[in-house]
Design a protein around this ligand. Sequence first.
Ligand code: PLP
Length: 393
Amino acid sequence: MNNHFPAINLPKRLLLGPGPSEVDPRVYRAMIQPVMGHMDPLFLEILNQVQEMLRRSFRTRNAITFPIPGTGTAGMEAALINFIEPGDEAAVIVGGVFAARMCEIIERCGGKLNRFDVPWGTAADPDKIRQALRGKKIKVLAMVHSETSTGVCQPLEPIRQIAEELGALLVVDTVSSLGGLPLEVDAWKVDVSYSGSQKCLACPPGLAPITVGERAAEVLRKRRTLVQSWYLDMSMVEKYWSAERRYHHTPPVNMLFGLHEALRLLQEEGLEASWKRHRGAHAGLVAGLEALGLQMFVHDPAFRAATVNTIRIPEGVDDVRVRTCLLQRFGIEIAGGLADLKGKIWRVGLMGLTATPAMVLQLVSALEFVLAECGYKFQPGAGVAAAEKALAS
Ligand code: PLP
C-alpha cells in the first residue's frame, strides 16, 4: 500500500459555478480562531449575534431563526419533515432538480405529494397552480425561489397568495437567493425558509440557515407523531438556540465563527446594496454573453435569477472541453447542466464575492479566449465591450 499522504496544497480556483462560491478572506480568518466550548458565555453571545444578523438577512422577526449544521439539503429536510406527518398533503412546484428533491423528501416522510411540474427554464403560472390545487387540503406548499439547476427565479408573492387561500404553510428554498436576491420573509408571509452558507453569503459549505414563523411553529407543537429525524427535530434543536440553552448536539463552532463574519460583511454592505450589486453583475454578464451570440437558457428576463446564470451551449461546441479549458488555463470553475440539462447548458454563479464587474469581465474575456479555441465564431472583443458598457450604466 502507498504510505505517502501528501499535505493538501491545491491551486486557488475562481469559483464561478453555482456554488460553492468564493469565501471572503475575513471569513477564513474568523474560522481559524481557537475552538470554544458551546456553552461558553462568549460563544453564546456570538450565537445571539448570528441569529440577529440572520433575521435581518431573511427580513424577519421570527424567533426560530438559526443555522443548522449541514448543507442546504439539511435545511430542506428540516423545513419539510418538521411540518409534514404521514398522510398530510403537500404540494411542490417543480421546475428543476432541487424542487424534485423536495418531492423525494416529502414522500420519504409519508406525505401525500401533489407535484406541479413546469417546463424547466420557465416560471410557474400562479393561475394554473391555483386551479390544480383548488379544493385540496394542502398542509404545505413548497417551492424553490431560485432554482439553481435552471436559473429561474420564481416570483414569490403570487404563490404566497395561493398558500393563503389554501390555508397551507409556505415553505421556500432560498439556497441560491438569500443575500443575493430580494427576499422579504415577513412581508411576503413565508412560513419557513432555509438557505445554505456557501452561496451568496460567501462562506464555506456546512451550515443551513433556517427561519420558522409562528404559524409553522404552532404546527410543529401540535404534531401527533415524532419528527422522523432526531437530529433535525426543530423542536429540540430550538432549545439550544433559545434562552434555555439546552444541549442538543455540539454545534460546528468554527463554521459559526465564519458565518458570523460573513453576516457582518453583508450587514456592512447593506442587504439592498447587495441585491443591487447582484442585479448589476448579472446584467453585465448577460450583455457580454449575448454580444457573443450566446443565448440565455431562461428566455424571459423577468424570471432570470441574477445569482445563477444559465447559458445554452451553442451547437457544435463541446461542453466539457470549454469547462476543462476554463479550469486548466484560467483556474475558473463554471458548471454544466444537471439531469436533462446535462450537455445543454452552462451554469455561472455570480454570488456573494463574485457578483462584481471585475469577475464578470474576467469570465467574459476568458470565455472569449476558450470559445475561439473551440472553433465558435463571434466578433472578438464584442463580449467584453458589451459587458463593460452594461456594467458602466
Ligand atoms: N436547493 C438549492 C436551490 C440548491 O441550489 C442547492 C444546492 O446547490 C440545494 C438546495 C442543496 O444544497 P446542498 O448541496 O448545499 O446540500
